[in-house]
Design a protein around this ligand. Structure first.
Ligand code: S3P
Length: 449
């Protein structure tokens, strides 16, 4: 359950401009949800473009252990046969989610709302992450927590009730994972389960629940209307359907920033999901002066997607408002890299949630910047990165702390620093972007062992 294979150090060296086209893998958030709603529905769910990264494969294995059957028809093409709400069976073994926060937390919502008992565990990163934010609302819904590691962490064992109790719950943090866990538990509650969030977070669960036949209403909430009240009518019959997974904007972020900072680059990233609750990085980079064109905007699988043409750009420092954080929460490591090449200071406000990601990302980013000679400062929950518009020295080794996004962000940095950048372990890249290395190499990037 720990990450006990040998670490895989990787290095990135500055080199020629990046050129070409790529399609990033399927969106991780949507891929997890496709497997989960496939399990909870009756009949067949056909998925196209599934991200076949370790995180999603763990969720698929857990869905299978809870009763779903599935078949892989080809690359990214899966059929899931579900058991329906109330039809889950006790898994024979511990559900091992590896590195996957989203998979484990959403599945806790599923198990917590159904009459089954399951034990959740994961790697050293997952074992360090807070789960009380999920267990607290689940307890209100009738879930028994039979065992938990100190501080409300995995390994933990849940037993759900025959029927969950519908609740109205205000999330204590802007977190789509908390919202989703409560809604998924609410699927087996007689009545309306409502989640109130002070700031809107990614809405893939709401959208996909509707696609599978549930009734979900979403209304603006709070004095400024930035929040949302999401209300789900419990005990629907979910019916298997077709899910087309668009390319993941959080994975697209890495080649995108690479093309901006490597002089002379021009690349096109195809089919990227443009859901406004996921595009905060693009908004920020354009404010910084990035040359990013959105081409061929179209609908795919219920989401707007576009091809992004990206050209190397002179960037300037900007102030990133805290309100934007939910729409770019996974993109701060690579934004910090872009900021290191910008002229002036980039101030990223309100990053407290970064402390509880796959690693303490605020600390990991700061350490990586330091190792590579980039001036920066942490002020409370804000990160300030100072650039002078020239390439930072590089030459450092970055500790990734089992965090895929720390690994990819600093490899991107090493494509344009004066000296190469090394990351101590790139193994976790396989959780979200298994083809990262060949994809980047095909653009001309000098990344390797
Ligand atoms: C995700 C929500 C975010 C994000 C994670 C995926 C999701 O986490 O960081 O990578 O799919 O719901 P939080 O909900 O904890 O912010």
């Amino acid at each position: 359950m720990s990450h006990d294979s040998e670490p895989t150090p990787l290095s990135a060296a500055p080199g020629a401009p990046l050129r070409g086209r790529l399609r990033p893998p399927g969106d991780k958030s949507i891929s997890h949800r496709a497997m989960i709603l496939g399990l909870l529905s009756i009949g067949e769910t056909r998925v196209e473009g599934l991200l076949e990264g370790d995180d999603v494969l763990r969720t698929a294995a857990a869905a299978r252990a809870l009763g779903a059957s599935m078949e892989r028809l080809g690359e990214g093409r899966w059929v899931v046969r579900g058991v329906g709400i109330g039809g889950l069976s006790d898994p024979a073994e511990t559900l091992d989610f590896g590195n996957a926060g989203t998979g484990s937390r959403l599945m806790m919502g599923v198990v917590g709302g159904q009459p089954v008992t399951a034990t959740f565990d994961g790697d050293a990163s997952l074992r360090s992450r807070p789960m009380r934010r999920i267990l607290d609302p689940l307890r209100l819904m009738g879930t028994q927590v039979l065992a938990e590691a100190e501080g409300g962490r995995v390994p933990l064992t849940l037993r759900g009730p025959r029927e969950a109790i519908p609740i109205r719950y205000e999330t204590p943090a802007a977190s789509a994972q908390i919202k989703s866990a409560v809604l998924l538990a609410g699927l087996n509650a007689p009545g309306t389960t409502t989640v109130i969030e002070a700031a809107a977070t990614r809405d893939h669960t709401e959208r996909m629940l509707r696609l599978f036949g549930a009734e979900v209403s979403v209304t603006p909430h709070g004095p400024d209307g930035h929040g949302r009240a999401v209300a789900l009518t419990g005990q629907p019959t979910l019916r298997g359907t077709e899910v087309v997974v668009p390319a993941d904007p959080s994975s697209a972020a890495f080649p995108l920033v690479a093309a901006l900072i490597v002089p002379g680059s021009e690349i096109t990233i195809e089919g990227v999901m443009m859901n406004p609750l996921r595009t905060g990085l693009i908004t920020t980079l354009i404010e910084m002066g990035a040359d990013i064109e959105r081409l061929r905007e179209r609908e795919e699988g219920g989401e707007t997607v576009a091809d992004l043409r990206v050209r190397a750009s002179r960037l300037k420092g900007v102030d990133v408002p805290a309100e934007r954080a939910p729409a770019m929460i996974d993109e701060y490591p690579v934004l910090a890299v872009a900021a290191a090449f910008a002229q002036g200071t980039t101030r990223m406000n309100g990053l407290h949630e970064l402390r509880v990601k796959e690693s303490d990302r605020l600390a990991a980013v700061a350490a990586g910047l330091k190792a590579n000679g980039v001036a920066h400062l942490i002020e409370g929950d804000d990160l300030l990165v100072h650039g002078d518009g020239t390439a930072p020295p590089g030459g450092g080794t970055v500790t990734t702390h089992l965090d895929h996004r720390i690994a990819m962000a600093f490899l991107v940095m090493g494509l344009a620093t004066a000296e190469p950048v090394t990351v101590d372990d790139g193994a976790m890249i396989a959780t979200s972007f298994p083809s990262f290395l060949p994809t980047m190499q095909a653009l001309g990037a000098g990344i390797g062992e």
